[in-house]
Design a protein around this ligand. Structure first.
Ligand SMILES: Cc1cc2nc3c(=O)[nH]c(=O)nc-3n(C[C@H](O)[C@H](O)[C@H](O)COP(=O)(O)O)c2cc1C
Length: 344
């Protein structure tokens, strides 16, 4: 038992959260001009969750290259032109007591609007996706630098933390999954090399007291997908490379095998988060149908996770954190904006 509740503050390095709730990154597909620049929608969307009492907002998958996006409607960080609109969001989140990070990513073979997507190896996701081209060794090295450049811009925008997207079958996941990385250079001989180099490069561009998060699929669901044991070894390698906090998700690499298809029930990824936490003694963020307040509070109290990330429920209710803290008997008033207190 941890003794933690949803309203227990959390601190890691220079990051201090008012409570243990996290807004999971969720693509909005709402960029209007193909330029990757955040607009009024993103500003209102993230600011309203800050007003809603969330401890840490993680801005959606934000990509290091125009062709590294799932769609042309996704956010980007490939140019300094992206910084001002993101800074406006960061400042608003801070004004309302939330901390805010950003998920830095490249979609790799899942970049659906790219004319020719790139990937570790020329293996398509499935017959409905484009056939990707394998990156050359030189291009992989350049890609590592590109992640560093995007991080420098995120830090300039004022984000409190960086999350690397190493989950759900996107580029970093493609490099560390044996099914999608069949390269014969050094990045194929050691499947963690790309991820470890990205982590090192990103950290060069972050202040020392800023924690680095990594979102990872701790196991795969396709027929020959990797196991949780392999996922734990990946996490071990990435922690040694400099990750501070692991955000544990699963799957996304392909169509699940019928026998492996996850049962979509409350906390369906919680055991994976706990397995990583227990094996490596590292703080974790759990995610996946954790929006029932009592279920989430119990998951924290049991010590299976250090933080609770919520996705879809926050699309339905921007005030989920306040409501969940209230429902589980916490001091929710501390999280309610002053102007709204009479609503309670
Ligand atoms: C609309 C939508 C967009 C998403 N976009 C992202 C994303 O950008 N990055 C990511 O890692 N996961 C993404 N996810 C997955 C969520 O972060 C989360 O892991 C998932 O929804 C499970 O949590 P939930 O049951 O609380 O919704 C997305 C999910 C939804 C519903």
């Amino acid at each position: 038992m941890s003794g933690f509740t949803l309203e227990t503050p959390f601190a890691m390095k220079g990051l201090q959260l008012r409570n243990r709730t996290v807004m999971a990154p969720m693509c909005q597909y709402s960029v209007t001009k193909k330029d990757g620049i955040a607009n009024e929608w993103h500003y209102l969307h993230y600011t309203s969750r800050a007003l809603g009492g969330i401890g840490l907002i993680i801005v959606e998958m934000t990509n290091v290259e125009p062709d590294g996006r799932i769609s042309d409607q996704c956010l980007g960080l490939w140019s300094d032109d992206h910084i001002p609109a993101l800074k406006r969001i960061v400042d608003a989140a801070h004004a309302h007591g939330a901390k805010i990070g950003i998920q830095i990513a490249h979609a790799g073979r899942k970049a659906q609007d790219a004319v020719l997507p790139v990937a570790p190896s020329a293996i398509a996701f499935d017959e409905t996706y484009k056939q990707p081209r394998a990156l050359t060794t030189e291009e992989v090295k350049q890609m590592v630098k590109t992640f560093g450049d995007a991080t420098r811009r995120a830090v300039e925008a004022g984000f409190d933390t960086i999350e690397l997207h190493g989950a759900h079958g996107y580029l970093m996941h493609q490099f560390h999954s044996p099914r999608t990385n069949t390269r014969d250079d050094e990045y194929g001989q050691d499947l963690t090399l790309f991820g470890r180099e990205v982590i090192a490069e990103v950290k060069k561009n972050m202040p020392d007291d800023m924690p680095l998060l990594l979102r990872i699929s701790a196991l795969e669901y396709v027929e020959d997908g990797y196991s949780i044991e392999y996922g734990i070894e990946l996490c071990r390698a990435f922690l040694e490379a400099g990750v501070d906090l692991l955000h544990i998700s699963t799957g996304g690499e392909g169509t699940p095998a019928p026998a492996k298809r996850p049962k979509l029930e409350p906390g369906f990824q919680l055991d994976a988060a706990y397995a990583v936490k227990e094996a490596l003694g590292v703080p974790v963020v759990a995610v996946g149908m954790l929006d029932d307040p009592q279920f989430a509070a119990d998951a924290l109290a049991s010590g299976k996770t250090d933080l609770i990330a919520v996705g879809r429920a926050l699309l339905r209710d921007p005030y989920w954190a306040i409501h969940a803290i209230k429902e589980t008997g916490g001091d929710f008033r501390a999280q309610v904006p002053k102007a709204y207190i009479r609503g309670y």
